[in-house]
Design a protein around this ligand. Sequence first.
Ligand code: ASP
Length: 285
Amino acid sequence: MLLVVHGGAGNRRPTKNVLKKLSESLQEGYTILSKNGTALDAVVRSITILEDSGLFNAGSGGNLQLDGVRRLDASLMEGKDLKTGSVIGIEGIKNPIGLARIIMDLPNTMLTNTGARKIAEANNLEPLPEPDKESLARLAEIKKKGTETVDIYKECFSTVGAVALDTHGNLAAGSSTGGIQAMLPGRVGDSPIIGAGIYAENSMGAVACTGKGEYIIRLSLAKEICMNLRTGSPLFAARVSLRRLLKIGGNAGVIVMNKKGQFTILHTTRCMPSGYVNERGVVVK
Ligand code: ASP
């Protein structure tokens, strides 16, 4: 049993609150695993806690797009039957990862706001709270400077993601995000794209990415790393692909786990608040 989570790759050192929240999310997810629950449920639970915290760029803490609207993305994949669920640009819903989980069981597994919202409402998912003052001030600042001068990534990402291995030997991966620092209305990054932001297949491994979505998409980074796991360790698999990403101008952090429960947390940025939990306990850094 193993669960790994991240709170986004970037150049800013994580605060104590961020590390505490990651630790709580690991503990809650592991409780599910230790009761023989599924890797999928553990991933959903861990990400839900991070979405609810408002400390990350996901759920309650999601970034605003340039028109002042939060359009959130999330995705899930399980490695046994390769089932996926993903939601793109959802407005007004607090837990996109919960919605991705519901969508996973439908015949159509990737939905944008129009259909996804109806499903969220039919399932009584909680509404997204109003954005806090800091988010509004950040957006006002970006608009004042003019978007062409703003670094759209600002070298700070706080998307959240998780990968897990359960007692049944099944893997799962998930991700939830509010996008990047400055983005055109309707912009979609890697996080809800299966194969780019996440991937899980029992015979290979499970991966969740964070970073410059536009570049991660070009390499289908999560799937590429999973393919590398056929011939090497998680560290090897992540290293090979992150080198390729750097070459095209990308930056990212990844959590990678193989079917044997070996894992790595690797990033091209200075920091990446993250952690893992196994039978020896929780570690966050
Ligand atoms: N990858 C995310 C995106 O491009 C951003 C992040 O990782 O924080 O939407």
